[in-house]
Design a binder for this molecule. Sequence first.
Ligand code: PRX
Length: 629
Amino acid sequence: MTDESTLIQPPQEVLDQANVQDWKALLERADADPVAFWEGEAAELEWSHPWDKVLDDSGAPFYKWFTGARTNIVSNAIDRHLTTARRNKLALIWVGEDTSKVRTFSYFSLNREVEQMANILLSMGVQKGDVVTIYLPRIPEIYFAMLAAAKIGAVHSVVFAGYSSEALNARIDDSESKVVITVDGSWINGSVFPMKKIVDDAVRFSPTVENVIVVRNTGSEVSMDPTRDHWYHELARLPIAQGHCETVQVDAEDPLFILYTSGSTGKPKAAVHVHGGYQVHLSSTMKNCLDIHEADRWWCTADPGWITGTSYVIYAPLIRGATAFMAEGSPVYPYPDVWWQLVEHYGINGMFTAPTAIRTLMRFGDAWVTKHDISTLRILVSAGEPLNPEAWRWFHDVVGQGRCSVIDNWWQTETGAMQVTSLPTMPKKPGSAGRPIPGQAVAVLDEQGNEVPAGSDGFLVLKNPWPSMLRTLFKEPQRYVETYWSKYPGVYLTGDSARIDEDGYVWIIGRTDDVIKVSGHRIGTAEVEAAVTSHPAVAECAAIGLPHEVKGNAIHVLVVLNTGYQGSNELAAEIRQHVSQTLSPIAKPDVIEFVDKLPKTRSGKIMRRVLRARALGQDEGDLSTLEND
Ligand code: PRX
């Protein structure tokens, strides 16, 4: 346990360059008038028509920002750079899993690629507001696809490249996509993962899909349906793909993307994010909270199929005119120093990753890091799950060599961008996510909605609306109100428990709902349970998250078998594999435990809380609602 009073002062190298020197003054100014603060941040960006109002809260909790304004995030991420000297600077450096494969794009050439993809989407009849599903690995085409959809006013739905055909199918059908953009396959530790085959299985029963665009990536054999599938490189040669494509100016509140995420029920929900406020929040946090300058090379290792990737891989670095770096491979393939080799070779200045990756690399020992000259690093960022003090210190001392600012930051798919963070020049407390960002205020409440005393646990809420907030849940406005705005009036319920210490630092404890964070990935217990029960041997089951040294949490599933089946190691392995195939390898349970019955309330709800307490050897708490034998 860290001593919560331990404060680590910012290194001189960080202070020397920081955009925000006086972090207290910034917080005071923003907190005094958050709306005026956000208006000032928005004024740094381009809008083709100004706003009438910064924040319209008349329909709360359906908040609107920058009403009346017209813009497009692509105007800010690409177009505005083309009229400056930035047009010839590198927008993107990409390195394959085979690190000898390198592709680079200036802002000028990135624009050409995006125009080409946008022309192709238009030729397929994609219109403003249509959803385009993108199922791509970390290759440059994922930038082209997302930016192209945005450019023409379409809405992108990126599905993480590790999801199964069932999960992909559910997301395509729900969003009624007419076009899917994918690849032949992706590289995973030297082997090909057959993404096109997964798309084939997913779209077989999708009535809406008319066209599948296939990027050649691994060169592996795939089957192509001549009426539906098109090689991207062949489309790119056609006249329809050529020439300028105008960036459509949209209303600031028009949707930019939907991103499916896990909640308390089996059906994933999709957060809706819009062009206007989202770009303002990204621009502001990249400048003030992450201290990324135009001259910096920025590497966020997340996958764009998760919100961290959408926000801080794709859009944020481009909006700030920096150089984005993307690597296709994993941190440990072929060796556990591949990341540091890339940092050294490409002179990366800011790096954003997840605690699981930090803990994984830490276990390989310091020598893999210290044999490389990674002195260009200045900013080290972590999000997605708590960064435990030991991993924090390793990141700070070994990777950062004491010269970098370690920035833990807390947020969610729903919030679009960071909400609690340690500003670069702010003294740090290892293990704490920091303080609310400029313009935000948080509180920790008890069951009745009273603020708990400093240092006590409770439900974390956000008190102010913010520009990058989700506007609703796709097709489910009622669920939006119920999930986030009903427990306590007027504040946003995060679903996390936390405490705030006497200095105002926020310490995240974990989820309070049926969501498990495994290696930073957000997985619903209901999704895992649905996958497990679809195995013929299983009658019913309950999934819980238990602490894991590297992954943060591991999935344990307690299974009641159908009559005629016997629990065995083989059956457990088969069920684990079944989840991997029908949901995703990231959701594969660590442990399957066979039990005779599950503890339930009298109304039949499984009491996961009791199962967790039993597994951890803790007090089972109030059992008055437990059904009798
Ligand atoms: O439980 C919190 C955890 O991740 C959840 C949100 O997951 P997702 O929608 O995938 O968005 C991730 C964006 C970074 C939160 O409800 N979480 C996120 N960041 C942190 C965190 N837990 C502790 N510390 C963090 N820095």
